[in-house]
Ligand binder design. Structure first.
Ligand SMILES: Nc1ncnc2c1ncn2[C@@H]1O[C@H](COP(=O)(O)OP(=O)(O)OP(=O)(O)O)[C@@H](O)[C@H]1O
Ligand SMILES: [Mg+2]
Length: 341
């Protein structure tokens, strides 16, 4: 990993604590970590200046979108590699600033087909908001920036210990793994024909993927769409088909809801996968699967499609996760036969 990453994460956190407009002074005081005597806080102007310098704004990456003072350094630093590697030539607009990430509409270069693409830029502090991330981590690997599972590597102990701690290194490992889980899941599901954005590239802090919408507005989330009952019925089946596709790859979305499904010209696209869980190795799999299905069924019930969420989740559970020993044996023999071919 790039050691620079650490330092700019630290800088950003300091900068964010100083400037986050959402934090009141009282909140900021309560949340502020005790200061160590050895690291005097940098003056605000110095932090901003350093972030500006570190992204090489003078290097030609001028964007049509005018980022605010609070986002400029982090945004350009996060997207600079996509720019220098000629994936994007411009940032056109911010589609949405979320609690964990902001998504930007960008101009793609011909190298990746031209047109518009979406860049999801993670906030550096997502782990402060994600109280329960250990629940999602159970049974899934720790992924490196190259997408390798660090549990398989010689560094396992160090990585695992780092993850349990709140050191800068531990946070960096967790941050990268989180992002790479989203990227790898998009790769797997897109290759399998799933209704997910096409992933183009992953950087240290951002993912580049197909954009859904047009030059004026991004596709709305399903939560903001009212469907007629026939369309609702067929889209419910599409969502369920995708849930089954995930289960066939031992994946459960983990935050599936009408807020994480886009709707555009009659088609849906499922997004937002960093918390994806391993259906076979996670003790909370059943709870998470049920929660996903209940949220989907609640939305579709409002559109006139009544389904028994618990019965749906139970059927999926039995079919894909809690297999009988006989089914498991059959699966193993099939896989063995495939290996021998
Ligand atoms: N590929 C895409 N094309 C168009 N818009 C997108 C795309 N991906 C994400 N968006 C928009 O960006 C928003 C945030 O994306 P996402 O859900 O992945 O991040 P998030 O951190 O979970 O944000 P939130 O907290 O708002 O859910 C989405 O609700 C959607 O409006
Ligand atoms: Mg989301």
């Amino acid at each position: 990993m790039n050691p620079k990453h650490d330092s700019y994460l630290d800088d950003y956190e300091q900068y964010e604590t100083l400037f986050d407009p959402m934090r009141s002074d009282r909140k900021a005081r309560r949340g502020r970590k005790p200061k160590t005597k050895h690291t005097p806080k940098k003056p605000q102007q110095q932090v901003i200046a350093e972030l500006g310098e570190s992204v090489g704004l003078e290097g030609g990456f001028k964007t049509t979108y005018q980022p605010g003072l609070f986002e400029e350094g982090w945004l350009l630093q996060s997207l600079r590699d996509f720019y220098t590697q000629h994936y994007i030539s411009d940032v056109l607009a911010r589609v949405k600033g979320g609690k964990e990430a902001s998504v930007y509409r960008c101009q793609a270069t011909p190298a990746i087909g031209g047109g518009l693409v979406a860049a999801k830029v993670y906030r550096p502090n997502i782990f402060r908001n994600l109280r329960n991330d250990a629940m999602y981590r159970e049974g899934r690997g720790v992924l490196s920036a190259e997408g390798h599972d660090l549990n398989q590597s010689v560094h396992t102990d160090r990585m695992q210990r780092a993850l349990g701690k709140k050191t800068a290194y531990g946070r960096q490992v967790a941050h990268t793994s989180w992002l790479m889980h989203e990227f790898k899941t998009l790769q797997t599901l897109h290759a399998a024909g799933g209704a997910v954005p096409k992933p183009f590239a992953a950087g240290e802090n951002a993912i580049l993927m197909s954009y859904h919408g047009d030059e004026d507005r991004a596709a709305p989330i399903l939560q903001d769409v009212v469907l007629d009952v026939d369309e609702a019925r067929s889209l419910f089946n599409v969502v369920l088909w995708n849930v089954e596709l995930m289960l066939k790859h031992n994946l459960i979305h983990g935050d599936l809801s009408p807020y994480n499904i886009l709707y555009w010209e009659g088609r849906i696209t499922i997004i937002d996968f960093p918390q994806v869980i391993n259906s076979q190795g996670n003790g909370s799999a059943r709870f998470v699967l049920e929660r996903d299905i209940i949220r989907i069924c609640d939305y579709f019930a409002e559109q006139g499609v009544e389904r028994d969420a618990e019965a749906v989740a139970h059927r999926l559970w039995k079919r894909y996760i809690a297999k009988s020993p006989r089914d498991q044996k059959a699966d193993e023999s099939r896989l063995l036969a495939e290996d021998e071919e």
